[in-house]
Design a protein around this ligand. Structure first.
Ligand code: SF4
Length: 564
């Protein structure tokens, strides 16, 4: 039986307002806003009037944007050559960078920083401050931006493959799926071109890719989960690390999988710290938050945090599969940009510059298509042609085998990466295939592989619930859970014994809670605390049975990131 590709929670068969625009962009991250800005710039140059609408599910632009982040300025320089004069917000220019290898209790600095991790000239940024700045530039150019508008589904023409717009999420549905007094139906938005800029593992892009086979002949996308905090540290540490970039390898993950930590020195005695782990790790108890806490407890990290306090918390997945995992990103009536199209260079741990680049190229292709009144895949092919001829393709193709090479083991990944440096990105094989993350999880019967679980405290090693508080995440409680467990019997009858219910481990926001017994009237001991969800999408990716679907909740719900 084929799975559905549309999991909209909207009520069917009701009257809806209609809105017609030239271009609708789903998602106000760096890619979506760069698309809007470049398109508006081109329209202005040509004296054309175009209605450009950006829909953002977060309460405000940037509220769902999270990244490390050290940004290569190449993308923003293309979009605004005078971006610094225009007040582009960045924390610091990188003045020094190095890599530390963490052993069980010690650490050593690598004698040389590997070239992909050299960051001199790059900018340490807060991506949600960057999106706020891009929003202002877009609005100055006449772009309409609606925050708090989640998109529930893609609208197709009768041919079933031409995208004609989107339907926004109904508001005011209670947890039983019934209308509340404040019910407001979502809108039908019709657009010449729909831009999917939802970020990582977008729920609409996922359905679209599957429905239209946009990933046929491509590698499976591989994801990592990154867990991040912003810390206020002592003045001494703050001064010492401002503008510095540290990456760590080794403990606590060791060579058991792909991943590592970061420390970026911000201004005002603050640090951006975080830990990333590949979701193709074999351990059914993989817990990115626990790894992050264990990492913070390592003496090499602890020395920077002692005397400080946590300010913010968040998590997201990263589509790290690279060039071979990028879906076809142009079709009839639509384009995909940024993380939704896999524009991430995992070897450099960077995607913001590529997100901006993809948005600009998409906008140039869209402008041509609109001018020619041909928004079919053929009319939009200028986006693909520009990508093929541009620096983004060169960069991504140069590291095309990076991430999947680690599926042969950590050491093989390192060897392959080193060989790739010498032979232009080919590595040890012309093209390495990739196994989907959820298929790499080992069953409990194959032996204990559980990674260590740290002890928590209220100061440095917060548990998940305390950390969720620092994300600001909250949802209207009286609405249907936006996390759909497709077949609850699998959880109880198979997953408990086969995998030990990994959802209770891999979710970095303690959404999935397993009790001893089902609550009164419930079929399963699983409680889904959906209000905690930080929209990272780990569950949608890592569930070993693909039994969890992440759908959009009512607009405005989710994390309230600032400075992340
Ligand atoms: Fe992430 Fe899923 Fe947990 Fe939400 S429920 S925080 S999407 S793993």
């Amino acid at each position: 039986m084929s799975r559905p590709t549309d999991f909209s929670l909207n009520i069917e068969g009701i009257e809806r307002d209609e809105l017609e625009v030239d271009v609708v962009i789903v998602g106000a991250g760096p890619a979506g806003l760069s698309t809007a800005i470049r398109l508006a710039q081109l329209c202005k140059e040509r004296g054309e009037e175009r209605a450009i609408l950006v829909l953002e599910k977060g309460e405000y632009v940037g509220s769902h944007s999270l990244s490390g982040a050290v940004m290569d300025p190449r993308g923003i320089t293309d979009l605004f050559p005078d971006f610094k004069d225009q007040g582009f917000p960045f924390e610091a220019e990188v003045t020094d960078d190095w890599v530390e290898y963490l052993t069980g209790g010690g650490s050593f600095k690598l004698p040389i920083t590997p070239p992909p991790l050299r960051n001199h000239g790059n900018l340490i940024i807060s991506v949600n401050r960057v999106t706020g700045w891009l929003r202002d530039r877009a609005e100055e150019l006449g772009v309409d931006i609606y925050p708090g508008f989640a998109v529930a589904s893609v609208r197709y023409a009768e041919d079933g493959r031409t995208v004609i717009g989107v339907q926004t999420r109904d508001a005011g549905i209670d947890k039983h799926g019934q209308k509340k007094p404040n019910f407001e139906p979502g809108m039908d938005v019709t657009a010449g071109v729909t831009v999917f800029a939802e970020g990582t593992r977008g729920s609409l892009a996922k359905g679209l890719i599957k429905k239209l086979g946009l990933d046929e002949g491509k590698n499976h996308q591989l994801y990592e989960t990154g867990v991040k905090e912003i810390w206020e540290v002592t003045e001494e540490v703050g001064k010492q690390l401002e503008g510095k970039v540290i990456h760590t390898m080794g403990a606590p993950l060791g060579t058991s999988g792909y991943g590592g930590g970061w420390i970026y020195g911000l201004t005002k005695n603050r640090l951006s710290i975080g830990y990333v782990v590949g979701l193709d790790h074999t351990d059914p108890g993989l817990d990115p938050h626990s790894l992050f806490v264990s990492w913070k407890q390592h003496p090499a990290i602890q020395k920077h945090l002692t005397g400080g306090k946590v300010l913010r918390y968040g998590a997201k997945t990263i589509p790290g599969g690279g060039y071979f995992a990028m879906p076809r990103f142009v079709g009839d009536g639509f384009v995909l940009v940024g993380d939704s199209a896999g524009f991430v260079n995992m070897q450099r741990l960077k995607g913001v510059h590529l997100a901006i680049h993809s948005g600009m190229l998409a906008a140039e292709g869209i402008a041509e298509a609109l001018a020619a009144s041909d928004t079919s895949a053929t009319g939009l092919k200028g986006y693909v042609e520009r990508f093929e001829a541009g620096w983004g393709k060169t960069e991504l193709y140069g590291v095309r085998n990076f991430r999947q090479s680690f599926q042969s083991g950590f050491l093989m990944g390192m060897v392959d990466t080193a060989v790739s440096q010498l032979n232009g990105g080919r590595g040890l094989k012309a093209r390495r295939a990739a196994t989907e993350d959820h298929l790499t999880t080992r069953k409990l019967s194959t032996g204990p592989t559980r990674l260590p679980t740290p002890k928590f405290d209220d100061a440095m090693s917060m548990d998940k619930l305390t950390d969720v508080y620092h994300s600001g995440s909250i949802h209207e409680e009286d609405q249907p859970a936006h996390l759909l467990v497709l077949d609850p019997t699998i959880c109880v009858e198979r997953c408990t014994t086969e995998y030990g219910n990994p959802c209770q481990h891999f979710c970095p926001a303690a959404v999935y809670e397993w009790g001893e017994q089902p609550a009164a009237g419930a079929a399963s001991p699983l409680a889904i605390n959906f209000s905690n969800c930080v929209h990272c999408k780990t569950c949608d990716i890592a569930d070993p049975y693909e039994n969890i679907e992440w759908t959009v909740p009512e607009g405005g719900g989710g994390p309230k990131y600032t400075d992340m």
